[in-house]
Design a binder for this molecule. Structure first.
Ligand code: SAM
Ligand code: DTB
Ligand code: SF4
Length: 402
């Protein structure tokens, strides 16, 4: 249409039509699947929308799919439902995860975040996994906070290597105001480089989230780490409710939430399901979900913890993908010890983000060259910051939104 603009209304109508077609296709596939196995239908239907619970025909399902967006209440992911996903055969679980993944993301894209420890060691907390807790005798030395210039230099290098997000971590229980000031300057400068910004500084006091937001912070990382019932076995100096308070402050300030956990700390499969269900029930669920495999560090209480079966780690990624369809699921700590084949399975299971760069905070990560080779072998390409998914409007899978 030479000389005329396409109106927003037309674009919106086209988006609505395309979305409806995608939903129909998903439902058709779900229906086929329901006919093929005896266990899947409720899981698939539950995932599409809570209103589908009573649906008994494909017609009813299609009618619901065309209904207006009903995302008012969060879809509840009970531990039982998440545990049922873990119990699927590996092939069935991967198939489910792939379908959800492809309905919401480019399956060949991987988002890359680079981490930097801006204040290392000497933390007063007792997290049993952490080499930075002052009370454990690890090889980590306490270091003063990095200068703003040093942080900006590291951020420039990360950008040059292809990272799109830069995450600054500090070994604090909770930052004091005088400690936060230089972090605000770091955030401002990293933001000015055109990178997405993320920080993980411990628990935030009232008003601190707003200051970080105003400085240009896009994401705040604060993990739930493990299932509520296992949390006390791992950390005694704070409760998981304290973590939830900080997450609520981050949300209220309007920042994106990055929140996940660690697996392989001796928890049961049911507790892994409990962690994922708790994350998925946050309303809305986090935009970014780091799934860490414990890095057992000498001197920490978990140094001799036996490694988890790698396929169980892959399953955890798949369950996170299915229960939090629009989130970026990050294959996080533990990659250095993982074979390329296991990492490839994680991407197939729905991981679409990694920590990128040869260090995490104090431990190692695959070097950039190894990652380049892996991504090339898998045909994965980097994801632009602009291509990251929109904030989830609720814990409801996007497939239900017509
Ligand atoms: N002090 C802040 C806090 O605890 O939120 C920020 C830094 S803390 C190191 C960030 C996260 O790193 C933890 O929540 C945990 O999930 C992860 N982490 C720490 N040590 C780890 C380890 N040995 N293996 C895997 N993940 C670890
Ligand atoms: C997250 O979930 N994992 C990252 C990041 N958020 C801050 C940290 C992993 C730390 C692994 C241990 C270390 O390097 O000290
Ligand atoms: Fe401190 Fe965070 Fe490590 Fe816990 S995980 S000891 S709060 S740095």
């Amino acid at each position: 249409m030479a000389g005329r603009d396409v109106s927003c209304d037309v674009i919106r109508d086209v988006i609505r039509d395309v979305t409806r077609d995608v939903i129909r296709d998903v439902i058709r596939r779900a229906g086929c699947r329901a006919g093929l196995t005896s266990v899947q239908p409720t899981l698939i239907i539950d995932r599409l929308a809570p209103t589908f619970h009573q649906a008994d025909s494909m017609d009813t399902l299609e009618k619901h799919a065309q209904a207006p967006d009903t995302r008012t209440a969060a879809t509840r992911w009970t531990t039982d439902r998440a545990a049922a996903l873990f119990e699927l055969t590996f092939a069935d679980l991967m198939f489910e995860a792939q379908q959800v993944h492809r309905a919401h993301h480019d399956a060949n894209a991987v988002q890359r975040s680079t981490l930097l420890s801006i204040k290392t060691g000497g933390c007063p907390e007792d997290c049993g996994y952490c080499p930075q807790a002052a009370r454990y005798h690890t090889d980590v030395d306490n270091e003063p906070m990095l200068s703003v210039d040093a942080v900006v230099e590291a951020a420039r290098a990360a950008r040059a290597n292809g990272a799109t997000r830069f995450c600054m971590g500090a070994a604090w229980r909770s930052p004091k105001q005088r400690e936060l000031e230089p972090v605000l300057a770091m955030v401002r400068e990293v933001h000015a480089l055109g990178l997405e910004t993320c920080a993980t500084l411990g628990m935030l006091r009232p008003g601190q989230a707003e200051q970080l937001r105003d400085a240009g912070l896009d994401y705040y990382n604060h993990n739930l780490d493990t299932a509520p019932e296992f949390y006390g076995e791992i950390v005694s100096t704070r409760t998981q409710d304290d973590r939830l308070d900080t997450l609520a402050r981050v949300r209220a300030a309007g920042m994106h939430v990055c929140c996940g956990g660690i697996v392989g700390m001796g928890e049961t499969r049911r507790e892994r399901a409990g962690l994922i269900a708790t994350l998925a029930n946050l309303d809305p669920y986090p935009e970014s979900v780091p799934i860490n495999h414990l890095v057992p560090v000498a001197g920490t209480p978990l140094e001799h913890q036996e490694a988890l079966d790698p396929l169980e780690f892959v399953r955890t990624i798949a369950v996170a993908r299915i229960t939090m369809p629009r989130a970026m699921v990050r294959l996080s700590a533990g990659r250095e010890a993982m074979s390329d084949a296991v990492q490839a399975l994680c991407f197939l299971a729905g991981a679409n983000s990694v920590f990128y760069g040869d260090r995490l905070l104090t431990t190692g990560n695959p070097d950039v060259e190894r990652d380049h080779q892996l991504f090339a072998r898998l045909g994965l390409h980097g994801l632009d910051p602009q291509a990251a998914p929109a904030r989830p409007a609720g814990a409801m899978p996007a497939t239900a939104a017509a």
